[in-house]
Design a protein around this ligand. Structure first.
Ligand SMILES: [Zn+2]
Length: 282
């Protein structure tokens, strides 16, 4: 058996200290992810000063602090007063929280960093799909590769039978194939082909016993969020009564499904939820 050195023994540090460092690092990475998401789409280079997207005014040093600058500026540009999208704040906060939660998965520094990387990629995929209704293949490939590195490293730490690994790949493929089936019969109306591809690395990540729960939960989350969005849109149109029956329930052709897959995957990873157990109450 290969001896895998642990670079830093995180158990030597006080836990709250680790959480603080993880959160601080997470919000900083989150602010870089915001820049990456914006520039990935517009094709602008990643170098250069940060500036207001409306008036082009360069940001001063005190406006570059993640989370705090958004709160201090109350979501508006100091120069022109135009709104800064709240996703900047939310991405930073969510990344910080995910980085802290990663510590519950492992205290092996290499595994923690891999999870941080994986969650960062998932964050970009989620926001990108929300705004552009597409999941860039490049991101899915990076995600798949990093999940494979994680599985490989875990294998070095704790060698398993090849059947276990094979079954892990097969169940991820099965989850992906189920979405492919839905993609075919709905002619791409319920989800996109990018979601079919994304389900594979996510299925690999959650692991064999949880692929079923992962797929089912993504549809539950999707249904609940869709109902809320549909209801909210109806309220905005000034209709006092909500019509949840019939046509109102049908999903539009372009529903960004990746956020539901990612949300489901995250819930499963952190809670080890088995949806079948939910029915054991009845
Ligand atoms: Zn401005």
């Amino acid at each position: 058996m290969l001896a895998v050195p642990t670079l830093i023994d995180l158990t030597l540090f006080p836990y709250w200290w680790l959480q603080l460092v993880a959160f601080g690092f997470g919000v900083i990475i989150g602010s870089f992810l915001n820049v990456y998401i914006y520039r990935f789409h517009t094709g602008k280079s990643l170098s250069g000063n940060s500036h207001c997207l409306s008036c082009g005014a360069s940001l001063r040093w005190f406006e570059l602090f993640p989370l705090f600058s958004y709160l201090i500026l109350r979501g508006r540009c100091r120069t022109c007063g135009s709104r800064i999208p709240c996703r900047y704040f939310l991405v930073e906060l969510a990344t910080g929280v995910l980085f802290v939660l990663s510590l519950t998965l492992s205290l092996n520094i290499f595994i923690v960093i891999l999870f941080w990387f994986i969650f960062s990629v998932l964050m970009v995929i989620t926001v990108y799909d929300l705004y552009h209704f597409i999941i860039p293949d490049r991101l899915t490939i990076i995600l798949t590769f990093s999940v494979l590195v994680l599985i490989g490293y875990e294998y070095l730490l704790l060698p398993q039978d090849w059947e276990v690994l094979t079954f892990r790949f097969l169940s991820a493929l099965f989850g992906s194939a189920f979405l492919l089936f839905l993609w075919v019969i709905s002619k791409g109306k319920w989800l996109g082909f990018g979601d079919v591809k994304l389900a594979f690395p996510l299925g690999l990540l959650v692991g064999t016993p949880f692929v079923f729960s992962f797929v089912v939960l993504s549809f539950w989350i999707g249904a609940v969020i869709s109902l809320i969005v549909i209801g909210w849109q109806k309220l905005k149109r000034g209709q006092s009564r909500l019509h949840f029956a019939g046509r109102a329930l049908t999903m539009k052709s372009a529903v960004p499904f990746a956020p539901f897959l990612v949300a489901s995957g995250l819930v499963i990873i952190f809670t080890k939820l088995n949806v079948l157990e939910l029915f054991s109450f009845f």
